[in-house]
Design a protein around this ligand. Structure first.
Ligand code: SF4
Length: 320
């Protein structure tokens, strides 16, 4: 599960289970491994409930893992303490799906952005104010916005404030958790372009979580596809779109509209049949088996191993 370069984040056999009462266990993330290289964007896609947000939150320590580990710059993030923990809390940030819910409505934009600067003692006084203005500028806002409150902004502007807040502590790595899903389609591309510009300018590394494969293609170097808590495919963005191997990825891709009407007419859509099984006490075998048009007897019995079937192209499916 590697790509060229140095791994900034190494997710190793990560598990995050939740006890949901009466002995039932929700296996939100179940043995997922992934490396994220410095300067890279890895897109993480799957339907809602597949565990992608839980994975992102566990990586930045919002959750303790049930098993496995997450290394950041070689250190286990869930064992960090003192100075190392403070450094990690600066270097790893998260941008949330709903910019309104994630911004304190009683704080001004300057206070929201300044909070991290203060916690980490980065700037004081005039320098702090200048830094806040600089961050507003960086995300396409301006200093006149500093003393306003979140409700005075549009959804797109609020997400820009959320991005400025994340950047305030000079991170290296950002988990972008569906950062555009709650925005109007007309402004989604603007926010994505901003994130890409910032990545280049500030040499950032992203884990970009989304349910929309078309947007992920545009931003990602590599794409990881999750289904019911497990990773089913991982490849470069180009490879995954040119030659999707897993039947689930094929179905996700077939659902993306193509701008050319002629191609769109000739395209075969793969309809996913059957209900999404519950991640609570999932059945043995391949978790996609109930909806898979290629399912074989072995699929209901044996969990397919996640393995490299082409150079840097990994898949978990008994067809390969
Ligand atoms: Fe389909 Fe079997 Fe592959 Fe699962 S392992 S995706 S059921 S063919």
């Amino acid at each position: 599960m590697t790509a060229a370069g140095n791994a900034l984040v190494e997710i190793k056999n990560l598990k995050k289970y939740f006890n949901v009462g009466r002995g039932a266990v929700l296996k939100a993330v179940d043995d997922v491994s992934l490396q994220i290289m410095e300067g890279e964007t890895v897109g993480l896609v799957g339907e809602s409930g597949c565990g992608k947000t839980t994975l992102g939150r566990t990586v930045v320590r919002l959750y303790e893992p049930t098993g496995g580990e997450v290394l950041f710059e070689g250190k286990n993030v869930h064992k960090l303490q003192g100075k190392d923990l403070r450094a990690f809390n600066r270097k790893a940030q998260m941008i949330f799906q709903d910019p309104y819910a994630s911004l304190n409505p009683r704080m001004t934009v300057a206070d929201i952005i300044g909070e991290g600067i203060d916690i980490h003692g980065l700037y004081r006084g005039k320098e702090r104010t200048e830094r806040i203005y600089e961050l507003l500028n960086l995300v396409g806002l301006n200093k006149e916005h500093a003393n306003r409150f979140p409700h005075e902004f549009s959804g797109g502007q609020r997400q820009r404030i959320g991005i400025a807040r994340a950047l305030a502590v000079e991170p290296k790595f950002i988990v972008c958790d569906e950062p555009i899903s709650a925005l109007d389609v007309s402004i989604q591309a603007q926010v994505v372009n901003l994130l890409m510009d910032l990545q280049e300018k500030l040499k950032l590394t992203y884990l970009f979580i989304a349910h929309d494969l078309s947007m992920v293609k545009y931003v990602s170097d590599r794409i990881a596809v999750m289904y019911l808590g497990v990773m089913v495919e991982l490849a470069s963005s180009d490879d995954l779109h040119r030659r999707p191997l897993h039947p689930y990825t094929q179905a996700l891709l077939s659902a993306i509209p193509i701008p050319d009407p002629e191609t769109e007419r000739n395209k075969k859509r793969i309809l996913l049949e059957g209900d999404v099984p519950s991640p609570i006490n999932p059945p043995p075998g391949c978790r996609f088996a109930k909806r898979c048009k290629n399912a074989m007897p072995v699929c209901a019995e044996k969990n397919p191993e996640f393995k490299e079937v082409d150079k840097n192209h990994f898949v978990a499916c008994h067809l390969y």
